[in-house]
Design a protein around this ligand. Structure first.
Ligand code: TRP
Ligand code: SF4
Length: 405
């Protein structure tokens, strides 16, 4: 059993390969990954099976997207020396865990995940009344649990999937986490915390189990987290005992909510491929310059002498992402007083976007030139991921009475 400290230090996240990444991904996700890789043990993967759940009728777009996406990650600064990068389908253990978890997952839990109905509504042209699509969030649970990840950086739309993962993990631990003499061992572990803490823990546990007191549960967990002088195995037992089940085999992960990206698109709406307002990471600088030059501004500024309102201008949103306070003040005041023209106002933004893209594109070019290097990075990542996945599956098979081969 792995210790909790490591579990909490482990980060896992995935992305579906559905085309080239743009500045919205960079500001919303990739910069965050780059930060996390310095702080935690990170696993980042391409969720190609998840892409198949919605693109099963045209899977041929998946392989080029997988390749491009890994290049975009690397170009954005995700470092294969720090983070493990891999492809979901290359670690088939994910599928095995998905299958085994499906045995214990009530159908209603999946039907109630909001994205199930929402996406069916949104992608009306596709038949998503499939078994695979219903299982989408459970496959995601398997992705997370197989690495015993503690933290899962995701956007708002994915939080329900992490919640489901927690419930599935809890159910799994409850069903299969019983070791012989578990209760006695848990009681003994409790005493090792010292009289006062043992009493606190017992009271919290009672309040949670008998009255469903969530605050007591949280307090008990915090108490366990803070214990320095009990062994990790004992701590895991006490976590399990709290929930009434047994030992914790698959730890419950937490969503690490990524703040919604403030990155606006060229029209001021959120940058998204479906709005056709993106700046792709591999965009040609000349095109980017032209697009920014021609992007709409406050419609009130018909003539250069008409004053404007930055709040009504998408360029202002770019200033908020890219410009320091001095430049922002210059733009704000110049706009309101008609002291500057829109082309003038856009120039610092154009410079900043190009400066941001430049090193990204330079790195991308290096990797594009060297397909073997990229292949090696992925191969190594897949191997490393697979080792972790195998270790979890050994334990899972064991507790599910499948270790007889
Ligand atoms: N469903 C996620 C998305 O669409 C991608 C994903 C698949 C994922 N498995 C995951 C994200 C596991 C985090 C953890 O964005
Ligand atoms: Fe927008 Fe700047 Fe023009 Fe004002 S001056 S409308 S903020 S581009």
């Amino acid at each position: 059993m792995e210790n909790l400290a490591t579990q909490h230090a482990r980060v896992l996240s995935g992305m579906r390969p559905t085309g080239r990444l743009h500045l919205g991904h960079y500001h919303g996700v990739l910069k965050n990954w780059v930060e996390l890789q310095h702080q935690y043990q990170c696993f980042f993967f391409v969720a190609d099976w998840h892409a198949l759940t919605t693109h099963y009728d045209d899977p041929s777009i998946i392989p080029p997207s997988v390749h491009d996406m890994v290049i975009d990650w690397l170009a954005a600064g995700v470092n294969p020396g720090e983070a493990t990068l891999f492809i979901q389908s290359r670690v088939p253990e994910h599928a095995e865990l998905h299958l085994l978890l499906s045995m214990i997952t009530p159908l209603g839990w999946l039907e109630r995940v909001p994205s199930y109905k929402d996406q069916q509504e949104k992608l009306k042209g596709k038949d998503l009344a499939t078994y695979g699509f219903l299982g989408y969030p459970l496959l995601q649970s398997a992705d997370i649990l197989i690495y015993r990840a503690g933290l899962v950086p995701v956007g708002e739309d994915q939080v329900a999937h992490v919640e489901l993962t927690r419930e599935v993990a809890r159910r799994f631990n409850h069903l299969y986490g019983r070791e012989t003499g578990f209760e006695e061992k848990a009681e003994a572990a409790m005493k090792k915390m010292g009289k006062k803490n043992a009493r606190l823990y017992a009271n919290y546990r009672k309040a949670w189990q008998e009255q469903g007191d969530e605050e007591a549960l949280a307090a008990a967990r915090a108490l366990l987290e803070s214990q320095q002088n009990i062994s990790l195995a004992d701590r895991d037992r006490l976590f399990g005992y709290l929930e009434g089940g047994g030992k914790m085999i698959l730890p419950e992960p937490q969503a690490l909510l990524t703040k919604a990206s403030k990155m606006p698109g060229l029209d001021g709406q959120k940058m998204s491929k479906s709005y056709g307002n993106t700046i792709p990471l591999n965009a040609d600088p000349k095109t980017v310059e032209r697009q920014l030059r021609t992007m709409p501004t406050d419609p009130a500024r018909v003539r250069r002498t008409d004053p404007g309102d930055p709040e009504k201008c998408p360029v202002w949103q770019f200033h908020q992402v890219y410009s320091d306070e001095g430049v922002q003040q210059w733009a704000r005041e110049g706009c309101r007083s008609a002291g500057i023209g829109c082309i003038e106002c856009k120039q610092p933004v154009i410079d900043a976007v190009l400066a941001e893209l430049k090193p990204i594109q330079a790195r991308a070019a290096e990797y594009e030139k060297d397909p073997d290097l990229v292949r090696n990075i992925i191969n190594e990542g897949c191997e490393r991921a697979r080792e972790e996945a195998r270790a979890t599956m050994d334990e899972v098979r064991h507790v599910m009475s499948l270790a007889y081969r």
